[in-house]
Ligand binder design. Structure first.
Ligand code: ADP
Length: 442
């Protein structure tokens, strides 16, 4: 450009000299005029060459501009369509530019103009993070970069999500500091991490439950053997001719026997429960007469009802009382339900109804006029060790395992159990069992 300007100046000077020569005819000599024209011609020739050069340069410049523009467009597209959210802010966090992914991330309408106008990145952070964000902004110019800072962001609709932030500090042409932000939504990763944590917690829990069941089963076995021995000897002592045992001694042996029996029942319950819980209880199914079983069970429990002056009523309506199942386990269900009904009833009656619910199902219903169970408590009574009426249970004993065992046994037999109850008015437990229950492990 300088050269071109110099050349124009030179031509201008020569033209002026020529002009002056022409204006002063005294100076004008034919030889001088020719020389001046020759010089002018040379200067114009040079000018023409330079002009051509200039045109060439202009073309090159246009090409450069075009490829720079293409490159700029390419980077703009890369920026705009990048899968991660990119934002550019000034050193105060005001948003200067952002890509589509950023708009999507915060649920902003990408088509609306000025979507980022007057917005700061801090607007998308919940209040409790503002302080930390300001702190980071202040440190950034000296630290230059920030990597994978975990924060919680708010979308336009108020919904929050976890994200990581990485930042680079850059200076623009005017030497101003700008920050380039890369924001990544890590909800999916967090969810996967949580799921993994829950999974390993579950595994740990399962292992704990397994160890607990193993321990309980082992302990129960260890306890059962001596209990049987205590019971056996107590029974032997009680069978002695009356006069051989002093009345006080007899009373003591009876107490040993009764308490040992109670303890054995508890141990049996724990054993059954752990076996059911770990899926190790198998049914021993055979054909048996349900009506006969009911008679035996109710006879055995009659004295409990009599002691509380309750009437124990039985209504069996079975055309065919012969069913296939594990009679010991059906008996266990009956004993538990009737025992509870008597235990939790102070006056009135306990009624056992057995009938054919359908062609293949038998219904066993135990009704009482006892304390009842509140609506809220009903959901808990089948859970192990749950005693919803603590005061009552404390005076009347029990472990809170009975109904849990009944529930698991009924399910093992592919039956159902339901309960209806009214506080202060009584409860009704209804069990439905298939007529034929195969021997199977649960
Ligand atoms: P428990 O050994 O305490 O009887 P269960 O598992 O048999 O344990 O029963 C759990 C709880 O359900 C009892 O503690 C009691 O609060 C409640 N429950 C069970 N049967 C009845 C009933 N017939 N009437 C009132 N409450 C009952």
């Amino acid at each position: 450009m300088d050269r071109f300007a110099r050349q124009i100046n030179a031509v201008q000077r020569r033209t002026e000299t020529l002009n002056q020569s022409l204006a002063e005819p005294s100076v004008l000599q034919p030889g001088l005029l020719v020389q001046a024209f020759n010089q002018l011609h040379d200067a114009l020739e040079e000018l023409r060459v330079t002009h051509n050069e200039l045109l060439n340069q202009k073309e090159q410049l246009a090409n450069c501009y075009q490829s720079a523009e293409l490159e700029r467009q390419r980077y703009r597209n890369l920026f705009d369509f990048a899968p991660d959210a990119y934002l550019i802010t000034d050193r105060d966090g005001h948003i200067i530019d952002a890509n589509r992914a950023a708009a999507n991330l915060f649920q902003l309408q990408i088509h609306s103009l000025n979507v980022w106008a007057n917005r700061s990145l801090i607007d998308f952070l919940p209040q409790h993070q503002h302080h930390a964000f300001h702190h980071q902004l202040q440190r950034l110019p000296s630290e230059q970069t920030l990597k994978d800072w975990e924060v919680i962001f708010c979308k336009q609709n108020g919904q929050t999500f976890p994200a990581t932030i990485s930042v680079n500090t850059v200076k623009n042409l005017d030497d101003e500091i700008h920050f380039h932000w890369l924001i990544r939504d890590i909800s999916a990763r967090k969810q996967a991490e949580e799921a993994q944590a829950i999974k390993s917690e579950n595994l740990q829990l399962q292992e704990t439950v397994r160890l607990k069941s193993q321990f309980m089963a082992m302990m129960s076995h260890e306890l059962r053997t001596p209990m049987h021995i205590i019971l056996g000897f107590a029974q032997l002592l009680l069978r002695q001719p009356y006069q051989l045992l002093a009345p006080q001694l007899k009373n003591m042996v009876e107490r040993i026997y009764n308490n040992a029996k109670h303890l054995l029942t508890l141990i049996e319950d724990i054993l059954d429960f752990t076996a059911l819980e770990s899926g190790k209880l198998s049914l021993n199914s055979q054909q048996f007469n349900l009506a006969e079983l009911i008679q035996t069970v109710t006879q055995e429990l009659q004295h409990l009802a009599e002691r509380k002056k309750l009437s124990l009523l039985i209504e069996v309506q079975l055309q065919n009382p012969s069913i296939i199942g594990d009679s010991d386990r059906v008996r266990q269900i009956l004993v538990n339900l009737l025992d509870n009904a008597i235990k939790f009833t102070e006056k009135g009656s306990v009624i056992l109804e057995v009938y054919e619910a359908s062609e293949n199902r038998i219904a066993i219903v135990v009704r009482d006029t006892g304390i009842g169970i509140s609506k809220n408590d009903i959901q808990f009574i089948f859970q192990e060790f749950r005693q919803v009426n603590q005061t009552y249970s404390r005076t009347h004993g029990g472990t809170g395992l009975g109904l849990a065992i009944v529930d698991k046994l009924v399910k093992l037999m592919l039956g159902t159990i339901t309960v209806e109850s009214q506080l202060g008015e009584g409860s009704t437990f209804k069990v439905e069992l298939p007529r034929g229950v195969k021997s199977a492990e649960c």
